[in-house]
Ligand binder design. Structure first.
Ligand code: IMP
Length: 425
């Protein structure tokens, strides 16, 4: 079977967890390649709700191997908590989870720096991060002052830790942020280092072997294209490459190891945190989308900003990632909305634009050009075949396909596994 890359084509929270869960059933191995605990994938299985921040959702499928690749930044305490929580709920993790020895470590000082930097930033420079230490951890990696999971297996890690805490406390002091207690951190880490030892390994070699043996791999993106550090709405982005290129650098596999790319898009758009969002709705329709779509962050609980589907963003994302087909999620959230709009272009500084500008300030000045669609005003939640959708809902899906130039392969009309189906029409 083909190796599939599944990634978000908007600003994250597209419902990737659920789609990954469906694709995982056909894969042997599921791989995370970027991001950290800023991600939060919510999956509902048999009425049980799981929220995973680091471990690929494939873990909920018996017998699948899950990989946390070198491009991920790993908060080891969170990882241990996630493993223990899953095991307590009867999900076997030991022997099925491989954590890259090249993945960088996120420690409490990264989180404190993240919070301190946000606090100090002027209001218009604040990113609205998840405060999970992501930016400072990737900054350490790029500055070559980071610390990798494999180094936790070296006997002298406590000395390295003490040195790091001392350096970081100097930076925290300058920010007037709370300092990190090196001794307490060392004690806490002693226990988890031993716990994590069997999980830390050379995942690059493991993945090369899997490619050689033609095992089926699913690469699971976190965040979304518009949060990518290069292609997103910089500086209001995360600190990793959440686009397709991130797989090669974040998992150590060559481009040819990816056979097809599925872009996950919601039937409308959301964004959490600061930054431009042309189709944002600051009215009762936006409120209705938030309430019905349960649009509150899985990681931070923050209310998400909601707006209409933006075909400009979707086309941009399709081009950057080489998307072959869409997984279109949360169509049911539009059930009661009438009329429904899709943004087909922008108007900016007196000109019509069909692409996303690089400059966030410019994107902030873009006004959406909309086309309008009939709402279907009836529930779709029990539908499991495209042909059983109301005619107006089918037209809406067709419009998304036409305006983005790509077919929808998966559709989801509710939170459960049973509400996600393949389009055969
Ligand atoms: P950071 O990744 O915590 O540094 O946050 C940077 C920006 O990315 C902020 O606007 C966050 O709200 C956003 N962000 C990070 N992770 C996610 C996610 O999983 N879903 C949606 N937004 C995210």
């Amino acid at each position: 079977m083909a190796n599939t890359l599944l990634l978000g084509a908007q600003w994250g929270d597209e419902g990737k967890g659920k789609v990954v869960d469906v694709f995982s059933a056909e894969a042997d191995i599921v791989v995370r390649y970027q991001g950290g605990t800023n991600a939060g994938h919510t999956i509902e299985v048999g009425g049980e709700r799981y929220v995973l921040h680091l471990i690929p959702s494939g873990i909920l499928h018996e017998g699948k191997t899950c990989v946390i690749g070198n491009g991920v930044v790993v908060e080891p305490f969170e990882l241990v908590k996630e493993i223990r929580d899953l095991e307590q709920r009867g999900v076997a993790v030991r022997g099925r989870l491989l954590v890259s020895d090249r993945a960088h470590v996120v420690l409490p000082y990264h989180k404190a720096l993240d919070a301190g930097l946000e606090h100090r930033a002027a209001a218009d420079r604040r990113i609205g991060t998840t405060q999970r230490g992501i930016g400072p951890a990737y900054a350490d990696k790029a500055a070559r002052t980071g610390w990798r999971m494999g180094e936790l297996l070296e006997d002298d890690w406590p000395e390295t830790l003490r040195r790091r805490v001392e350096e970081k406390n100097r930076a925290l002091r300058e920010l007037d942020a709370p300092l990190v207690d090196a001794a307490a951190l060392e004690t806490a880490m002693r226990e988890i280092v031993d716990f994590l030892r069997p999980y830390i390994t050379d995942t690059v070699a493991a993945l090369h072997e899997a490619v050689r043996c033609r095992r089926t791999i699913l690469f699971e993106g976190a965040q979304g294209t518009m949060l990518d550090i290069d292609y997103g709405t910089y500086p209001f982005v995360t600190s990793s490459n959440s686009t397709a290129g991130g797989v090669c650098t974040g998992a150590g596999v060559p481009p040819r190891a990816i056979d097809r790319v599925i872009g996950v898009i919601k039937a409308y758009t959301t964004r959490v945190g600061e930054g431009p969002f042309p189709t944002e709705l600051k009215d009762e329709v936006g409120e209705a989308l938030r309430a019905k779509g349960r649009e509150f962050g899985a990681t931070t609980g923050r209310p998400r900003r909601c707006g209409w589907f933006d075909a400009v963003v979707a086309r941009y994302s399709a081009a950057i990632n080489g998307i072959d087909a869409w997984a279109l999620t949360k169509l049911d959230v539009l059930d009661d909305i009438h009329p429904i709009r899709i943004c087909v272009a922008y108007e900016c500084d007196g000109r019509r634009m069909e692409t996303v500008p690089a400059c966030s300030r410019r994107l902030g000045r873009c006004k959406p050009v909309y086309v309008e669609f009939e709402g279907w005003r009836q529930p779709t939640v029990n539908v499991t075949r495209f042909q059983d959708l109301p005619a107006a809902a089918r037209s809406y899906v067709k419009a998304v396909e036409d305006l983005t130039g790509l077919p929808a392969e998966i559709l989801s009309v509710g939170p459960g596994r049973e509400n996600t189906f393949r389009l055969t029409s």
